[in-house]
Design a protein around this ligand. Structure first.
Ligand SMILES: [Zn+2]
Length: 402
């Protein structure tokens, strides 16, 4: 997904820009909540490079390569793995070392150093930076010879990487702790053997490079703690910037959805420090509207208490109108035109003479649950992580996971 929001971050270091971009994308979080008995000393499985489905080649450093038919040893220098004719070809210094039939299983990489395994991927004509992961990585390919990677990682390392990936490294410790507890709460709600993905479809998990000393210490200090309501893990939603007020969970799913009492709207002006607090304007052209929604007639007919559109009418012919949710409209624009087009769900729609529409939005992300920029400011003002979590999820408490 391509987000061009850098012009919004002039007051923030470039180092943090991509992190803030990631933070926006957490708005797509949807989890399944089935309590299980996940423990913090267990591992989780995470599909890597999930946002990139067409990986043709990976370059790996600091890994021992293991697979059943291979009795030799590949030194942990840089190796390249490509898929060709259902085989993963492993080469080093541009020389083919061996070829592995992917129909007979998966390649497994173990880290050769305590730092972890470093991987970069070729996606069409671009190459990612190296990302480093602890634990094991399995590599396999599909029938189209796209390479897939799955990391088995200790929960403690997973939580630290997610906290580092989802927040700027210089955020106050209490905000980082609140973030870690939300991730641990999500893990406690997972189905057994469920694999996560490293994109914001679950949570961003971008490698050990994102784990600073502060992030590690914050995660460690709340190890095993989750947020509960009536002794059950909560639906741990969060987003970048609410821009004034959060919305209830019904914002996603309409009024037929059972309301969670701890996800009621709360006022929040703490996030006025966020670069997303100010109004962001975008024009969606007539051609784009026609392509995405098959109509130029788009009207907000209902908003929620926070001002977020909850019902949008598409079409002006009474025989051919359709109502979609404000959240669905926002997702459709993001998926088709990039997430920077409408960063937040607190938006209005104005028709322009040309058939285009002007969308003015405030905030970033879906607006439900914890507001990350608000949490950061509350931490800076001296609130504890428990006070912050209780502010955005009233009636919940921090519990030790059994
Ligand atoms: Zn806020």
């Amino acid at each position: 997904m391509n987000i061009q929001l850098k012009n919004l971050f002039s007051n923030y270091s470039k180092k943090n820009t991509h992190i803030i971009q990631v933070v926006i994308l957490c708005s797509i979080l949807f989890f399944s909540y089935q309590p299980s008995k996940a423990k913090t000393n267990q591992t989780v499985h995470v599909k890597l490079f999930h946002a990139y489905p067409n990986i043709s080649q990976v370059i790996i450093e600091n890994a021992n390569v293991i697979y059943p038919q291979f009795n030799g040893y590949i030194s942990p220098e840089e190796i390249t793995i490509r898929c060709k004719n259902h085989h993963l070809n492993i080469s080093q210094n541009k020389k083919l070392i061996t070829s592995f039939n992917t129909q007979s299983g998966k390649l497994v990489l173990n880290s050769s150093t305590s730092k972890g395994i470093s991987i970069k991927a070729n996606i069409q004509n671009t190459q990612t930076n190296f990302r480093t992961y602890t634990g094991k990585i399995s590599i396999y390919s599909d029938k189209n010879c796209n390479i897939h990677l799955e990391n088995e990682v200790l929960i403690d390392d997973y939580v630290a990487v997610v906290v580092g990936s989802e927040t700027p490294k210089d955020w106050p410790a209490e905000a980082l702790k609140a973030q870690a507890i939300l991730t641990q709460t999500r893990l406690a709600s997972m189905k057994p053997n469920q694999a996560l993905v490293d994109s914001t479809q679950d949570e961003a998990y971008l490698g050990m490079e994102y784990v600073s000393t502060q992030v590690r210490q914050a995660a460690q200090s709340v190890k095993g703690q989750i947020l509960t309501y009536e002794s059950k893990p909560i639906h741990a939603y969060y987003h970048s910037t609410c821009a004034g007020k959060t919305s209830s969970e019904n914002y996603f799913a309409g009024d037929n959805f059972q309301k969670q009492p701890y996800l009621k709207p709360v006022n929040c002006s703490y996030c006025s420090i966020s670069p997303f607090w100010k109004i962001h304007s975008s024009v969606i052209s007539a051609e784009q509207l026609q392509r995405i929604f098959k109509t130029l007639s788009i009207e907000v007919i209902e908003t929620d208490i926070a001002g977020r559109p909850i019902q949008i009418k598409l079409g002006d012919n009474s025989n051919n109108t359709k109502i979609i949710s404000g959240y669905q409209f926002w997702l459709s624009i993001g998926q088709n035109l990039g997430w920077g087009k409408i960063p937040g769900t607190l938006y209005s729609i104005k028709k322009l003479d040309s058939g285009s529409i002007l969308i003015e939005s405030k905030g970033a992300g879906h607006g439900v649950g914890l507001c990350q920029w608000g949490a950061a400011e509350q931490a800076r003002l001296g609130k504890t992580h428990e006070q912050i979590l209780n502010y955005y999820f009233p009636g919940t408490k921090v519990s030790i996971q059994k």
